[in-house]
Design a binder for this molecule. Structure first.
Ligand SMILES: [Zn+2]
Length: 249
């Protein structure tokens, strides 16, 4: 479903799958994240052309996870990401595809990389900023004039967040606390909303920390909507397993 956030920014929400965001600049359209499937990326590209009558001039990848990057293959414009995103994607081999159950194709890597911040202007000013935690390469997009923050998986709404082996909970919380206090917040997955999505995420990760150190159990949060109302409890189980398998979280 396509939802208008402001005059120039639209989010393509796919229920639980990763969100795509289109930012309509003066000359072209900036697309944030490209989905897991090239076919889906193709339909997004077709929609953007028909809807805006402008070409997609830039693609931004918020982090390396396949559901945010595999659609890159269909785009000819520059693809921007953090240097670690590119590094991680260079390691995607046939085995990786087997693991995630997808037929192998050669992923398209970002060709413009940055370390701290990437700034871009096309009518609107866009800041693309490194914000580790969910993964070491995670980055967010901030559009000050539109008061919009596009977080990638640093913020997840509606469903239980995906906490992976290279997530770092303390770093993640620090990043969340430093995010610009924007009016509109578009998460990596789930419905877009306001700044409360960020505070809910901090609260959620604090709870995960308590579960990991054995202070509380998931069942203790039954009455807490920011925990128990999130969909996909199996994702929570999977995340806890990932965290318990390592010593530094
Ligand atoms: Zn992710």
């Amino acid at each position: 479903m396509v939802r208008k956030v402001t005059e120039n920014v639209y989010v393509i929400e796919h229920e639980e799958a990763a969100n795509n965001v289109i930012i309509i600049g003066k000359k072209g359209v900036i697309l944030v994240d490209t989905s897991l499937f090239p076919e889906k990326a193709k339909s997004i590209s077709k929609f953007v052309k028909e809807f805006t009558m402008k070409p997609i001039s830039l693609v931004l990848n918020t982090h390396y996870h396949p559901d945010h990057t595999f659609g890159n293959v269909i785009f000819d414009c520059p693809i921007v990401a953090h240097s670690l995103t590119r590094e991680k994607m260079e390691q995607f081999d046939q085995n990786y595809f087997v693991e995630i159950g997808i037929d192998y194709f050669k992923p398209k890597l970002p060709d413009v990389i940055f370390d701290d911040i990437f700034e871009y202007e096309d009518g609107l000013k866009i800041k693309f900023v490194h914000a580790p935690g969910h993964t070491p390469d995670s980055s967010y997009v901030y559009i000050p004039e539109e008061n919009i923050l596009i977080t990638g998986d640093t913020v997840i709404n509606t469903i239980h967040p995906e906490i992976v082996e290279d997530s770092n909970l303390n770093v993640w919380i620090k990043t969340l606390e430093k995010l610009p206090k924007a009016k509109h917040v578009i998460p990596g997955h789930g419905e877009y909303g306001d700044y409360k999505l960020v505070t809910d995420m901090i609260d959620y990760i604090e709870k995960i920390k308590k579960i990991i150190i054995g202070e509380l159990r998931p069942a203790d949060f039954e009455a807490d909507e920011n925990f128990s109302k999130r969909l996909h409890p199996e994702m929570l189980e999977w995340s806890l397993k990932n965290l318990l398998s390592k010593t530094n979280f």
